[in-house]
Design a protein around this ligand. Structure first.
Ligand SMILES: Nc1ncnc2c1ncn2[C@@H]1O[C@H](COP(=O)(O)OP(=O)(O)O)[C@@H](O)[C@H]1O
Ligand SMILES: N[C@@H](CCC(=O)OP(=O)(O)O)C(=O)O
Length: 369
């Protein structure tokens, strides 16, 4: 199945790029670039999502620890991003390949016009045979409005460019039954068909530089596979095995199978790219109707609201345990939902004359999480 790959997104984490003496290990960049060159030679289009701006900045500024505050992290990333991209550009040039830096902010994927713009630019770059090197625009990202980790960003990018495969390179052989750095009896899982079945195995980052650990990698797996894109979690030390991707040999790691019925464009955006500022809590009956019966959300199943939103904005739908079960476009504002919660649907039109629907969130505008 992996031999059909024509377009691949490769995500490289800080833990793979980090030099023991601090800063970025240029040998790691050199290795990635040689694999990219071989893949391109075989006709595979490559997009890199690379972390490492903070690690590179720490090297330049000779800092021992990762900055904890937002301004400190943003300043260090600003120093490091230039160094990082210079290394990629120089190394790719040696193979006759041109690099492009693309820095994305959360807002770029949240607004439809920005999304299409980013999509068109990346498509153009690929047509020009350029390798886009993407990172979060750390220097200007506002805390509440950032991806926070490049695993999630890489899955959204894979969807954005319509990749056939997402490869996440890291410092372990794949997903284990428990964190292998803490539990020596942990077993490697080679294939995952249902991400939610393995979620409880993941824990946080394994190094001082990594962000999110296995938790964010599984979140990325969930997003990519629901988009219909397979995800391979691979140890950076096995990077060279990607050279055989087009020759029918799959690298040794954990492969997450794409779902059979992938999410349509709008449902993808509702679940993962659009921004959410509020939540609606529903009772057990409504939760069952949404999750098991594919129903819309009606006012009578709503028990509480939190946050704020306007009509047609995205809200989280949470169950009585506070767990998110779905996201969808709210037909009414926060205050309107607060007024109608628990009421029968016919009351909605009596209360709001300009509203002629029956649902607070229509099924067609909702994605289960
Ligand atoms: N179930 C698990 N299987 C494998 N690794 C796990 C698991 N749970 C937690 N981890 C940790 O996740 C780490 C990889 O994530 P992270 O440190 O963020 O790296 P990166 O910089 O590559 O994104 C591993 O080094 C490991 O310590
Ligand atoms: N954007 C940040 C990286 C954030 C991140 O997700 O790091 P990692 O978990 O190492 O992939 C940087 O370039 O340092």
């Amino acid at each position: 199945m992996l031999s059909d790959v024509r377009r691949v997104v490769l995500k490289i984490g800080s833990s793979s790029l980090n030099h023991q003496q601090g800063g970025i290990d240029e040998r790691a960049i050199d290795e990635i670039v040689s694999v990219i060159a071989a893949l391109k030679e075989d006709g595979v289009e490559c997009i890199i999502v690379s972390s490492g701006a903070v690690a590179a900045g720490m090297g330049q500024l000779k800092l021992q620890g990762r900055p904890r505050d937002l301004a400190g992290k943003q300043a260090v990333a600003a120093v490091g991003q230039g160094v990082l991209i210079e290394m990629y550009t120089r190394n790719l040039e040696q193979h006759g390949i041109i690099a492009a830096q693309v820095l994305l902010s959360r807002i770029d994927l949240a607004q439809a016009s920005h999304y299409r713009n980013a999509q068109n630019t990346l498509e153009k770059l690929l047509r020009l045979q350029v390798v886009p090197i993407i990172n979060e625009n750390d220097t200007v990202a506002v805390e509440e409005l950032c991806f926070g980790d490049n695993d999630t960003l890489s899955a959204l990018v894979a969807g954005l460019v319509g990749a056939d495969l997402l490869v996440i390179l890291t410092d372990v052989d794949g997903l284990y039954t428990a964190n292998p750095k803490k539990d020596s009896s942990a077993q490697l899982i080679k294939e995952v068909t249902e991400v939610s079945a393995v979620e409880s195995m993941a824990s946080g980052a394994g190094s001082l530089l990594g962000t999110g650990g296995m938790v964010t990698k599984l979140r990325a797996a969930k997003i990519a596979t629901r988009f219909g894109i397979g995800m391979l979690l691979l140890n950076f030390t096995r990077l060279q095995e990607l050279n055989f991707l087009t020759k029918g040999q799959s690298p040794e790691g954990t492969y997450f199978q794409p779902v059979k019925h992938r999410l349509a464009g709008r449902k993808r955006w509702i679940a993962y790219a659009g921004l959410t500022e509020g939540s609606i809590q529903v009772d057990d009956g409504a939760a069952k109707a949404l999750v098991e019966e594919g129903k819309s959300l009606l006012a009578k199943g709503i028990i509480a609201v939190e946050g704020t939103w306007e009509r047609k904005e995205i809200v989280r739908i949470i169950n009585t345990k506070g767990e998110e079960i779905a996201r969808g476009v709210a037909e009414l504002t926060r205050d309107e939902v607060q007024t109608v919660k628990g009421l029968h649907s016919e009351k909605l039109h009596q209360l709001f004359r300009d509203f002629d629907g029956e649902e607070v969130v229509h099924r067609d505008n909702m994605t289960l999480i």
